[in-house]
Design a protein around this ligand. Structure first.
Ligand code: GCB
Length: 610
């Protein structure tokens, strides 16, 4: 599969705030969950095994003579890695340039990585170059998410060498490249990374910064922080320091302030010299000033109690699968705001940076989850898995650390945390995450019994999933108040930590009605939600600090006898049309927002986003 493209150079790189010359090579997706090697920049297919796509990039002679660094940035290759079953060679990604030089190998999907390809490009200026990307979407017990390959050896039932990929998670394992691949240049001395943290008191805020530079030890850095009107409010210099902002405009969540999502812009200007040629690099980073604290009963943003009334999402829709789709992203944010949702969890993997940018902009609060979903087998709690998980958290934090919308890291969803090795695993993983980012609380999402959970002692906030009257006591809505109350009381008595109901819900087939409410009808979904809500309303006066519905929208899963064209627990359909439950939640979320906000009442009917 070959795609030829002449790059269109642009002067900004979306999502990174960087003023650099860059071109987007592609966004693509591949709709198969078959294990094995695959590659490619687009071309939806259902054919298993592997294919290779090539992009020919023309480097202009004048261009390559400049002292520049050419970087190939993979904002995401969705593919979790890794072992090619046949050969056993280790390599989640091989990228070959011109004569087959391998420039990068990376394990794990969802998070960006890049390779410096300057030398290869500059070797033959003016000559077309060929990029080949190969991906392997095989999941093993040590990948994130984990999975396993099962060979079906019964010759009376399966063809020779027939095998399947087993997974322990409930979403379709789309393979392929789902987010942009970007070619960009920097000066040969350039700003590589910036870390910003913020603190504030009534009338003054401090912005602490750390800057790393690549390419030379000899450089100077000057910084200016501008407000949204472009006015400089603070200046600084050097690779580390603190900026003082008098009378700061804080970053507030949606519905907590009349201008949510306020961000300043930190412009970092580097000056250096390389081979006698002056170098300048400029990087502009949006900065939201806000603080996050957790007490035994509350989650505080800027010192004020914050209640998560939000959703869990998936990167999923029927046309593009997991592929990045700007129109869909905008639609989803309009629906979130229509709903009165102030938050979501990136269940069950890091979402595209374009999505995270809109969270920062609109003030939608995020629990940022890594791809640690379906960790169920004892083998997945060993050292090999743990080491990989630590690296994934490093990559996630490097990507999202400066985002004001991200208020908590989630290191996993529903692991088998009742297994004894989970104690060491989560102790180490959470300590590592906190060492990397001491400014944010850390959690993982549990469906384990409170008395058996070996990971819970290490989290800052307890996140619990439960499906009363759905996966058990099916049809018996009357048991919800008792069971849910016991759930909260048991967790709180054991840990004295605030609790988020991180999942609850019921499937419903849109248009299926039943009185009295029966499972899968829209009425049952609504009735179940209401039973949960009455308990939330009692417990949110004590220590329950949030409720996140499962799920924002219907989504595709593996095929199975409990899934009818996917998971139907969405309050919106996969096409983003509201089911009856969406209106129940909308009433509730706007009511909670109006009760808890310091704002004059917001009349939801005046807000039209659709
Ligand atoms: C869960 C999982 C989620 C599933 C959901 C369900 O507990 O965390 O990934 O989709 O239940 O609907 O079964």
């Amino acid at each position: 599969m070959t795609s030829l493209r002449t790059p269109t150079w642009r002067t900004t790189l979306a999502g990174c705030g960087m003023r650099r010359r860059c071109c987007f090579l592609s966004v693509g997706c591949r709709t198969t969950s078959a294990p094995g090697w695959c590659s490619g920049l687009a071309v939806p297919t259902t054919t298993p095994s592997w294919y290779v796509a090539r992009v020919v990039v023309f480097m202009f002679p004048g261009h390559v003579q400049l002292p520049i660094t050419v970087l190939l940035l993979f904002l995401l290759l969705r593919l979790p890695p890794n072992l090619k079953p046949a050969s056993g060679t280790h390599g989640s990604l091989l990228l070959q340039w011109v004569n087959g030089v391998q420039v990068v190998e990376h394990e794990g999907g969802h998070l960006p990585f890049e390779a410096d390809i300057s030398r290869i490009v500059q070797r033959s200026p003016g000559v077309p170059c060929r990029i080949t990307v190969a991906l392997n979407n095989t999941l093993t017990l040590h990948t994130l998410p984990p999975g396993s390959i099962q060979y079906m050896n019964d010759k009376t039932r399966y063809p020779k060498n027939y095998f399947i990929q087993n997974t322990r998670f409930d979403f379709f394992n789309y393979a392929g490249i789902h987010r942009p691949v970007v070619l960009y240049t920097t000066p040969s001395v350039y700003i590589d990374d910036i870390t910003v943290t913020t603190t504030s008191s009534e009338s003054v805020a401090m912005v602490q910064y750390q800057i790393s530079v690549v390419g030379s030890e000899l450089y100077s850095l000057s910084l200016s922080l501008r407000d949204q009107d472009g006015k400089v409010v603070a200046t600084g210099s050097g690779p580390a320091g603190e900026l003082k902002v008098p009378n700061p405009n804080l970053w507030w969540p949606y519905l907590m302030h009349e201008s949510p999502g306020y961000r300043y812009f930190l412009e970092v200007r580097l000056q250096a010299e390389a081979s006698g040629v002056p170098q300048e690099d400029v990087y502009t980073l949006p900065v939201g000033i806000r603080t996050v604290h957790v007490t035994s009963t509350q989650f505080l943003i800027n010192g004020k109690p914050f209640y998560f009334h939000g959703v869990n999402k998936h990167e999923d829709a029927d046309i593009r699968g997991k592929g990045l789709d700007w129109a869909l992203i905008v639609k989803d944010f309009n629906l979130l705001r229509w709903l009165g949702a102030n938050s979501f969890r990136t269940s069950h993997y890091p979402y595209a940076e374009e999505i995270m940018d809109l969270c920062d902009t609109y003030g939608i609060v995020v629990i940022d989850e890594c791809p640690g979903v379906g960790i169920k087998m004892p083998e997945s709690f060993g050292n090999k898995s743990l080491q990989h998980h630590l690296v994934v958290m490093e990559e996630l934090i490097r990507r999202d650390k400066n985002r004001p919308s991200v208020v908590m890291w989630s290191v996993a969803n529903e692991p088998a945390s009742d297994l004894p090795p989970a104690a060491y695993y989560f102790k180490t993983l959470i300590a590592h995450t906190k060492a990397l980012d001491p400014s944010r609380p850390v959690t993982f999402v549990s469906d384990t019994n409170y008395a058996l959970d070996h990971g819970a002692p290490y989290v800052d906030v307890i996140c619990v999933n439960s499906y009363f009257s759905w996966y058990h006591d099916s049809g018996h809505l009357e048991v919800i108040p008792l069971q849910l109350t016991a759930q909260f009381e048991n967790w709180y008595k054991t840990y004295q930590k605030p609790i988020i109901q991180s999942e609850y819900g019921a499937d419903s087939i849109p248009g299926l009605h039943s009185d009295p409410p029966a499972m899968f009808s829209e009425e049952y979904q609504k009735a179940l939600l209401k039973e949960y809500h009455s308990v939330f309303d009692k417990k949110r006066k004590e220590y329950v600090i949030g409720e996140l519905i499962w799920n924002f929208a219907d989504f595709m899963t593996n095929q199975g006898i409990t899934r009818v064209l996917g998971n139907k627990k969405g309050i919106f359909t996969r096409q983003r049309q509201p089911k009856s439950a969406a209106f129940v939640l909308r009433e509730r979320y706007w009511k909670i927002a109006n009760e808890s906000s310091c704002l004059p009442p917001i009349i939801k009917s005046h807000i039209h986003f659709l």
